[in-house]
Design a protein around this ligand. Structure first.
Ligand code: ADP
Ligand code: ZN
Length: 615
């Protein structure tokens, strides 16, 4: 979210606060004009009394319906107005008091003008409210905007891949885009499929914006950016107009990068609700889809978008030719954190006692932005204490401070939780090599990916295929159940971390029974609808089966799951010590690739390593 960038030139004139001022002034003027007769009104009898007592000072202005003059009070004279009874002639009274007087003709419009101004203002307010509700209004005539939304345009971001650390895989994946932007012709001649939209998925602060700017910098193309949040809560049509303007500008200056931060704010799934806000968003979303489809592949415009919640995006956004590619920007592991710390301290004078590796070890779960904050904070602390170098103590303190903030937002992983996650993930990983048909392990990690998801075990599909055998599906279920089994074996207890595993395993087992005819007891029968596969949660509503069969299916599903659970339990039980040893390594190193894992599986176990339940 580093949008406070260099050379920002707003593409739209900033909708200024001046309009609010004008509005306020108008109302002020109105109030003044309503009170401009700033005279106290007096009963006619009071006026007559005052006249007799000589307190009225002239000249007296006699109008058709009113009399105005000044009256002497203790503090001075006060202007007043009074109304004589209809038909009463006041002139003799005033002549008797020997006051100068004059007549005045009141225009019958006088009283109406303020009223008309008031009406005009009211109408204006209603117009604005109506527009916010989703009516349409000429966009160009809109001076108001609650957000200071603007497109940032940078000719040169001055950021390169050298400024990005610890997210090597993501960098690797965007490399192709740089290649294309640099030499579009050559790229296409070599048969590269030109990417159009690419979704950067990751928590805030993991470096998505940084990465996007680095792509622009590496390719030496301009960088246009806007946040999805800027599109919502805007007056009708403005969001769509903004999209058009953004893409229009991009076309002009292509090749270039368009970056949309917080895409989910704008691209949430359409719910079909009738609420006003979503109408506007939908209009904007549609405009975005149209704009993306409007580019020819060689237009040289690449749209990058960032989100933390890809699962809530409207599926239309993810279709081919739109954001059909996804790059995960994970929180860095211990090595990545060290790299990021090194990068951010490169221009800082570090004391000799500073060990960045220790700082990296202490900061599991921190994002790149968190680490940048720590370095900054440490430097500030050192400066405040008038040191000419940043020492380890400053780092320690900075980490504590940042940690306090993160703990409140519960984004950190405690030591205990990390141990549980390590055991869980090692369970998955070990079973991939202990059963014959599992997809081979790619990487295993204890760095959390999102809310509620501890670590992950990535497998590489052996080959693309649309068909699987019963034995393969059984092994797949076994791998899924292994995380929970491992927790139970090592800690004698299980955590909520297995919820998704169980859901997937159950889904597979259900399909084996109800769709693929892989249960001997149920036989070769399918309860899936012909046009699409059956989803678990629909099974009670859409199935045209008797209760008896339904119950039997459930029994069979459970049998498959229990059988695999038993099998995994036995396998992991036999390798319990290795499981614990592996989990320890994983806890400390945070990620293990396939090769490292395979080596550890073969390495001789140390005799003395006793299986400590808490690791
Ligand atoms: P996001 O867009 O994912 O929310 P940003 O790209 O705005 O995160 O990151 C904010 C700042 O944090 C960056 O400007 C940079 O200083 C620092 N930062 C984040 N990730 C990294 C990284 N991988 N390498 C170096 N610095 C990083
Ligand atoms: Zn799991």
């Amino acid at each position: 979210m580093n949008r406070a960038a260099h050379n920002d030139t707003p593409v739209f004139p900033r909708p200024s606060r001046w309009w609010y001022l004008v509005f306020a002034l108008a109302i002020g003027a109105l109030i003044l004009s309503l009170n401009s007769e700033d005279a106290n009104s007096l009963l006619f009898s009071e006026f007559r009394d005052a006249l007799r007592k000589g307190r009225v000072v002239g000249p007296v202005v006699i109008g058709e319906h009113t009399i105005q003059a000044e009256i002497r009070e203790r503090e001075g004279t006060v202007r007043f107005v009074t109304q004589p009874p209809p038909g009463y002639d006041v002139v003799p009274l005033i002549e008797a008091a020997k006051l100068p007087y004059t007549g005045a003709h009141e225009s019958q419009w006088n009283g109406l003008v303020p009223l008309m101004i008031a009406c005009a203002l009211l109408l204006g307010v209603f117009w604005l409210i109506a527009m916010r509700r989703g009516g349409s209004a000429p966009v160009s005539a809109l001076p108001f905007s609650r957000h200071r939304a603007q497109i940032h345009s940078e000719k040169d971001t001055m950021v390169t891949f050298k400024d990005v650390a610890g997210i090597d895989e993501a960098v690797e994946e965007v490399q192709e885009i740089v290649e294309y932007l640099r030499h579009p012709g050559r790229f296409q001649a070599l048969g590269g499929r030109v990417p159009r939209g690419l979704l950067l998925v990751g928590l805030p602060g993991t470096g998505k914006t940084l990465l996007a700017r680095a792509v622009a910098g590496e390719a030496s193309v301009p960088f246009l950016s806007l946040s999805g949040a800027d599109f919502v809560e805007m007056y009708a049509g403005v969001g769509a107009a903004r999209v058009r303007s953004l893409f229009g500008k991009a076309r002009e200056i292509a090749p270039c990068i368009i970056f949309i931060d917080e895409l989910d704010a704008l691209g949430k799934m359409r719910t079909g609700s009738m609420s006003g806000g979503s109408d506007e968003r939908e209009q904007t979303l549609n405009q975005l889809l149209v704009a993306m489809d409007g580019f020819s592949p060689n237009a040289g415009v690449i749209v990058l978008a960032a989100t933390n919640r890809p699962e809530i995006l409207d599926p239309a956004l993810l279709r081919a030719g739109r954001f059909d590619r996804r790059v995960v920007v994970d929180r860095p592991d211990i090595r990545g954190r060290l790299q990021i710390l090194r990068l951010h301290t490169r221009n800082i004078k570090l004391g000799r006692n500073v060990d960045l590796a220790v700082a990296a070890r202490r900061t599991a779960g921190y994002t790149g932005a968190d680490l940048a904050t720590i370095v900054n904070e440490a430097a500030l602390l050192a400066a405040r204490r008038r040191r000419d170098q940043v020492g380890m103590a400053h780092f320690e303190e900075a980490i504590d401070r940042v940690m306090a903030g993160l703990e409140r937002r519960s984004r950190l992983i405690g030591r205990r939780e990390k141990a549980v996650v390590a055991v869980h993930e090692c369970g998955h990983a070990m079973i991939t090599s202990l059963v014959p048909h599992a997809d081979p392990l790619h990487r295993v990690s204890v760095i959390p990916r999102g809310v509620g998801i501890g670590g992950m075990t990535l497998q590489l599909p052996r080959e693309e295929r649309g068909m699987m055998t019963r034995a393969e599906l059984c092994d797949r279920v076994a791998v899924l159940l292994a995380g929970r089994c491992a927790e139970d074996i090592v800690f004698g207890d299980v955590s909520t971390g297995a919820a998704q595993d169980l859901q997937q395993a159950t889904e597979i087992a259900y399909r084996m029974v109800a769709e693929y005819g892989m249960s001997d007891r149920i036989g070769p029968l399918s309860v899936a609808r012909a046009d699409r596969p059956l989803l678990m949660h629909e099974r009670t509503t859409e199935r045209a089966l008797g209760d008896e069969t339904a119950r039997e299916i459930d029994v069979e599903v459970r049998r498959i799951l229990l059988e695999q659970d038993e099998r995994v339990r036995k396998l992991l039980g036999e390798h319990r010590r290795r499981l614990v040893a592996l989990a320890r390594v994983l806890r400390d190193r945070e990620t293990l690739d396939a090769e490292a894992f395979a080596n550890l599986m073969k390495a001789p176990l140390k005799r003395k390593a006793k299986a400590n339940p808490a690791l």
